[in-house]
Design a protein around this ligand. Structure first.
Ligand SMILES: [Mn+2]
Length: 338
């Protein structure tokens, strides 16, 4: 057992009320990790509390308990655990919470798996950033086994969701032999993947107007760089109309990746106040999502990343920058075609 794991155990043992914190861009890994850890801590007799600076996106709401995630820090807590994040740039919201000064003085653990860390969370007492795991969910599962935390069917199903999120259903190269072994242990404990998949399928059905809207997005998708880069922009009016029903990025992005020749897809959300966000996905064999995001001050994984621009940028300039960043990333890869 590592010293860091022992320090984490110490923090948990000495605390009663423990806040579990996700970044301002929650995904299946962060939410599954938070819910899994909530269940584990509850079984240890602790009082867990889940925080996230933004609303849990609707596509994740098939996970029972998502509505226990609060947008404010509690009045009273003894310790905190960040899951799936280790950079200040992704926890901007919490720094404006009235209880933030308290947080910086409490014992704080960071459990993450992102290799590149700019602006580390300096006030953390212990930071476990494992780069040999697929996800925060896998890290928590491993820690649970090492430290003897009580795992049950509920917590393992949440952690399984987390792992399946970041490994895209065990289809990308983040999934290692150890990932499969851990999942096999989870199945032994009671995690039920077919049940989980059915819950997600039911939840992810969309109303007829979303089906029609998808056609608009397909129609507006631009194929650039000889078809290697697919880009579509979603203006604020559409975000307001359709986001409450279905998130436009997941609605269209998988289909963009099905286009023959597409290496990278980008879904841009353009807000009236000048803000732009981007969801970037890259094709298998082209692990260039992160470097493209980094060119815009963002970050993420080899095949999934994103960025946020707060200053207004016009569409032509943004398209030119995207083209350049994608070309650079492709040529850095050695121009290899598969
Ligand atoms: Mn993750």
């Amino acid at each position: 057992m590592t010293t860091q794991a022992q320090e984490l155990q110490q923090i948990i043992e000495s605390a009663q009320d423990i806040v579990i914190i996700q970044a301002d861009n929650p995904d299946a890994d962060s939410l599954g990790s938070a819910l899994g850890l909530e269940q584990i801590l509850g079984n240890m007799g602790k009082e867990p509390y889940m925080y996230c600076g933004i609303d849990i996106p609707s596509y994740l709401r098939y996970l029972a308990g998502w509505d226990r995630v609060a947008r404010t820090l509690p009045k009273k807590f003894d310790a905190a655990i960040f899951v799936d994040v280790s950079t200040m740039s992704l926890i901007d919201k919490i720094t404006r919470d009235p209880q933030y000064p308290v947080l910086t003085r409490r014992p704080v653990a960071v459990l993450d798996h992102h290799a590149v860390v700019a602006e580390a969370i300096e006030f953390a007492s212990v930071s476990i950033n494992a780069t040999d795991v697929s996800s925060a969910g896998e890290l928590i599962g491993q820690l649970a086994q090492q430290l003897g935390w009580p795992l049950d069917a509920v917590s393992t199903e949440y952690l399984m969701t987390a792992i399946l999120g970041d490994t895209q259903g065990l289809t990308n190269d983040l999934a290692r032999p150890s990932t499969y072994r851990l999942l096999a242990d989870f199945v032994d404990i009671g995690a039920d993947r077919p049940k989980l998949e059915e819950k997600r399928r039911q939840h992810n059905k969309y109303p007829p107007e979303i089906f029609k809207y998808k056609a608009d997005l397909i129609d507006r998708t631009e194929l650039l760089l000889d078809g290697a880069l697919a880009v579509v922009a979603v203006p604020q009016t559409e975000i307001e109309t359709y986001s409450p029903l279905y998130n436009p990025a997941p609605l269209i992005q998988q289909d963009m990746m099905l286009i023959d020749g597409v290496r990278v897809s980008v879904v841009l959300k353009r807000y009236d106040d000048g803000k732009t966000t981007a969801a970037i996905r890259s094709a298998y064999g082209f692990p260039i999502a992160a470097p493209i995001a980094v060119a815009f001050g963002g970050g993420g994984h080899a095949y999934a990343s994103g960025f946020k621009l707060t200053d207004r940028i016009d569409s032509d300039e943004l398209r030119a920058k995207l083209l350049r960043a994608t070309e650079d990333a492709l040529s850095a890869l050695g121009g290899s075609e598969s």
